[in-house]
Ligand binder design. Structure first.
Ligand code: PGA
Length: 252
């Protein structure tokens, strides 16, 4: 059985006061087997979110981590420390990390391994940009990101792995992939993983990300291979995140 996910990626947004407003306006559904709700705030706000979220069934995670557990790596975020302060997951390979911070397949793969070894759930992101889509290269790009990014993953870690298909042209642009466009890529990703990693991948959760909002979430979730959303802009307000969580709850 696959779990349904709703994960908010707050990126570099919110201050202490606006986080209080978020929680004031939050109204999440009750805990439900197979439903996972999470938020990845800026690293500096993780501890605050962990204490604020204690009355809800809500997990907190990091947006990024180092490929090292500890040592002389000034400015890095240790995956061991994320785990130690109570994070449940970390996002790895987000397109903003790939394009703005030059993260290569190799670096992303190292981060993935380290985070999995430290016991974190990893949300591994992948997706094509507009030029690649227009040239008909979507599947080639997804295959390359999967092949390199997941290289060497052990069977015992598959249960900690979640994938997030995020077409770069849909992130923060208001342009969502249609449900059938997204389903096509999700099904390609699942088949690719099944071939490379085995039949366990039938239970891998594959999230969609890119301008998800309460108005389009349900039609995306109704697709066969879409198991949730990784949501940026529409996860920043308590009311919107609550609305998204109710949709996920009703379909989980
Ligand atoms: P968006 O961001 O929902 O604002 O498009 C999604 C993401 O980058 O994870």
């Amino acid at each position: 059985m696959r779990s349904f996910y709703l994960v908010g990626n707050w990126k570099m947004n919110h201050q202490l006061e606006s986080i209080d407003h978020f929680f004031r306006d939050l109204n999440l559904p009750l805990k439900k087997e197979g439903l996972y709700l999470g938020i990845a705030p800026q690293a500096l706000h993780i501890e605050k979110l962990i204490s604020k979220s204690s009355s809800w069934d809500l997990r907190i995670g990091g947006q990024n981590c180092s490929s090292y557990s500890n040592g002389a790596y000034t400015g890095e975020i240790s995956p061991a420390s994320l785990k130690n302060i109570g994070c449940d997951f970390v996002i790895v390979g987000h397109s903003e990390r790939r394009s703005l911070f030059n993260e290569t397949h190799e670096v992303i793969n190292k981060k993935l391994h380290k985070a999995l070894e430290e016991g974190l759930r990893v949300i591994f992101c992948l997706g094509e940009n507009l030029e690649e889509r227009e040239k008909g290269e979507t599947e080639r790009v997804l295959a390359e990101q999967l092949e390199n990014g997941l290289q060497g993953i052990l069977e015992k870690h598959l249960s900690q792995l979640v994938l997030a298909y995020e077409p770069v042209w849909a992130i923060g642009t208001g342009k969502t992939a249609t449900a059938s466009q997204a389903q096509e890529s999700h099904s390609f990703i699942r088949n690719f993983c099944r071939e490379k990693l085995g039949p366990e991948c039938d239970s891998l959760s594959i999230l969609y990300g890119g301008s998800v909002k309460p108005e389009n979430f349900e039609s995306l979730l109704r697709e066969e291979d879409i198991d949730g959303g990784l949501v940026g802009g529409a996860s920043l307000k308590g009311e919107d995140f609550s609305a998204l969580s109710k949709i996920a709850f009703s379909l989980a």
